[in-house]
Design a protein around this ligand. Sequence first.
Ligand code: UD1
Ligand code: CA
Length: 454
Amino acid sequence: MLLDVLVLAAGKGTRMRSELPKVLHVLAGKPLLAHVFNSVEALDGAAINVIVGHGKEQIQKTFAGQRFNWIEQTSQLGTAHAVQQAIPHLREGAKVLIVYGDVPLIKNATLKKMIAGVNDDAMALLTVDLENPRGYGRILRNQAGDVTGIIEQKDAAPEQLKITEVNTGVMAMTAVDLKTWLPKINNNNAQKEYYLTDVIGLARAAGREINTYAPEAVEEVEGVNSRAQLVTLERYYQQQIANKLLDSGVTVIDPSRFDSRGELNTGTDVVIDINCIFEGTNHIGSGVVIGPNCVIKDATIGDNVTIKANTVIEGPVTLGDDVQVGPFARLRPHTALGQGAKVGNFVETKKADIGPGSKISHLSYVGDAKLGSDVNVGAGTITCNYDGVNKHLTEIDDGAFIGSNTSLVAPVVVGKNATVGAGSTINRNVPDESLAIARGKQRVVDTWKRPEKN
Ligand code: UD1
Ligand code: CA
């Protein structure tokens, strides 16, 4: 089956009060339009046409390299006029699905049901019952309950305004039917616009059946016209993710203070404390405890890992089983911690491969480094990895002990079970099993007198 999807996204979005085109505003880390694309891309046989006008260049740039067909609507004369621009692009024998670019949470399953209901005799319309239907097009039905048309708010008679079933804007029909009735639409209405909704009345009058479908939840069809609506939908979306996690064995301590902005997979018996933000793709094992105020991006986390408060992880980062991180740790890209390793407070790591059981407990920078197993890095240790032009590697072999406040001037190797005295600046390799100490010798002046005030 061929399916031509039309995504209407030419409108201005005045009420956002923004330089950014409305459909590029972000929900759960992704532009609104990306959510719509995700939902329609998975439909069988779909070719995706996007009708753009306001902010066209910026929108196209955002989705550069993706296979969408961009169609320009130079002036916004109404939804029917927007669809008209796509008519030359419709494929022979296709079904057509129309969705809005500013309705981000529309579900693939809902669209699938509608498309399945389209045939040569029938069109599909997504409607919803609203307590407060103000502003929406109302669904008109006859005595038998059949849909006979849609009347817009501004054109409706007082009796019609009482109707609570509204048009969500999503509809589907054969390309043949769309091409038959679209050209017959005029703009003799209160807004002097070409209303796509008039297709429904025209098709019905010619004998087409109009079947209506309902979304799973009303939020699925809610549009974003203002920032207030944007954040309301964001919270709804986050609550949905939190609910799924709760069902799958994860305690999200407060779903109203939880944010997932990407893909989050977890094992069971995971606890996520308040104000954590998950970005990109995160895989989290079982028995993991994440403290409050953590930002975690692109991490692969093993089982029984503890991440304490205020830790920031910027992946790709891999944490083995039983690892402990934080509080106040910052793990930057290409950090890997082996099983049972520990990174404590005010430690920054980057491109650091840290072996099993190794510990960097306090106040250190470890970058461009390879640490074996059971290495102990004392407080205030710095890998001096950068000579101003190039980055160099620091290697610390199994069982080595680095005293506090050591500078390791890379490239440098500290051998197996070697010891470095506190306060050393190490710029030559330290052999296995040896002690290296590189600091000024202590002098004691026993006749010393402090100066006095005169
Ligand atoms: C439309 C429907 C109304 C429905 C409501 C649901 C019509 C005439 N009315 O009204 O029945 O209840 O949606 O939200 O269709 N757009 C373009 N080009 C245009 C005009 C609009 O691309 O020339 C796009 C907008 O960017 C938006 C969508 O179409 O994404 C809907 O347009 P909007 O002006 O918001 O329609 P409503 O007046 O809300
Ligand atoms: Ca609207």
